[in-house]
Structures are given as C-alpha cells and as structure tokens.
Design a protein around this ligand. Structure first.
Ligand SMILES: C[S@@+](CC[C@H](N)C(=O)[O-])C[C@H]1O[C@@H](n2cnc3c(N)ncnc32)[C@H](O)[C@@H]1O
Length: 191
C-alpha cells in the first residue's frame, strides 16, 4: 500500500537504524532449529534479520515496500561482508514462488491474507519463523502499531499454522533492546 511505503520510508530516512542492527533475539536464539538453504525475509525493513541469516550461511531474499529500508539493508550487508537479494515490493500483491524456500522469516509484520502464500512458498520440510505483537502489548507499551488489526489474538498464530508441525510456540512478554513487548513467537515445519 502506498501509505505504508510513505510511512516506512519516513521512518527509515535518518542516518541511524530505526530498528537497530542486531538480529531479533528469538531468531538468534533458535537459529539451530532453522534449515539452511534458501530463505525469504518478509517485510525485512533495514535488514537486521536478513543479514544475520546471510552471516549464518543462508541464501537470503529480503522483501520490503520501503526503498529507504532496503537501501540501508544493502549497505549494512556490504559493511558486514555478506550478500542479500533485495526485492522492493508490496506484500499485498507480491507473488511468493511455490515451494521455493527452506525458510521464511516474518518479524513484526502481520498480513493475514499472506499466510496461505507463505505456506505455499515453503518447501516440504521447510520452516517458518514468525514473531509479532499480541493484543496484550497494548496494555504494556505505547510503542508499536496503532491499529488493533495488527495485533494477534490469543492463540491466533498457533491456529494460523495448525496444518504445520509446531516446533516452538510461546505467547508472553519479552525484552528487546531494554523494551518490553508482548509477542507470539512460532517456529513450524511444513510436513
Ligand atoms: C516493524 S517493521 C519490521 C521490519 C523487520 N521485519 C524487522 O523486524 O526488523 C515493518 C516493515 O514492514 C514493511 N511493510 C509495511 N507494509 C508493507 C507492505 N505492504 N509490503 C511490504 N512491506 C511492508 C515496512 O516497510 C517495514 O520495513
């Protein structure tokens, strides 16, 4: 959506990294559960997770609607000495190639209509790693999205992947960069 692009380009236009350079702690902690190969990072932003995956030997594609975000991601990848493929695209309409990926990563982006496309895009035996806010987040922080539709309901993420084998699931409060967040986190495998 054009308004998403404008909003995120504005957020990413500064010199610093709005979302930091460090990978998401859940991704970092569970990297050993993720099958090496082709990975797709959805709504990759400034690339912190895509670059971490590339450092760990994945062949990574990073999709995002923000040109400014992806430009920073490329720069950080170069600085770090790894390669990532960036795709400037709107995930409202982006076509994920069928059974192409060993791993799909979805961090802090919730588009429910994308879930069937994510599932189709994962190879048999491939995995999804997903983390984003749950409704409870609104009670503990003023940061994060404003609209209720961007928050997961209780057990919603679990239900969305009920046809996959769930390898890890939790809902609760975590700390990232000193900030408290209420999130659901999942790793699941396509059977
Ligand atoms: C909260 S950030 C998360 C970035 C990254 N996943 C991370 O955890 O660092 C949300 C991202 O979604 C992207 N985004 C929002 N709407 C989008 C859309 N329709 N298509 C593709 N990307 C979109 C934004 O540009 C932004 O980079």
């Amino acid at each position: 959506m054009r308004s998403d692009k404008k909003r995120w380009d504005a957020r990413f236009k500064g010199k610093g990294f709005a979302l930091g350079k460090d990978p998401n702690p859940f991704l970092k902690k569970h990297i050993r559960l993720l099958p090496k190969g082709k990975a797709l990072d959805l709504a990759a932003g400034e690339g912190r997770n895509a670059i971490f995956l590339a450092q760990r030997g994945f062949d990574v594609g990073a999709v995002d609607i923000s040109e400014k975000g992806l430009r920073k991601a490329k720069e950080l990848a170069n600085e770090t000495g790894v390669k990532i493929h960036t795709f400037l695209a709107d995930l409202d309409t982006y076509n994920i190639e069928k059974e192409r990926y060993d791993l799909v990563a979805n961090f802090y982006f919730l588009k429910r209509s994308l879930i069937p496309k994510i599932k189709r895009g994962i190879k048999k035996g491939g995995r999804i790693i997903f983390e984003t806010y749950i409704l409870e987040h609104r009670n503990i922080s003023s940061e994060g999205p404003k609209d209720r539709k961007y928050f997961l309901k209780p057990n919603e993420l679990l239900r969305l992947f009920k046809d996959f084998r769930i390898l890890f699931y939790r809902e609760g409060i975590v700390k990232e960069g000193g900030r408290r967040k209420a999130v659901a986190s999942l790793i699941a495998q396509k059977e």
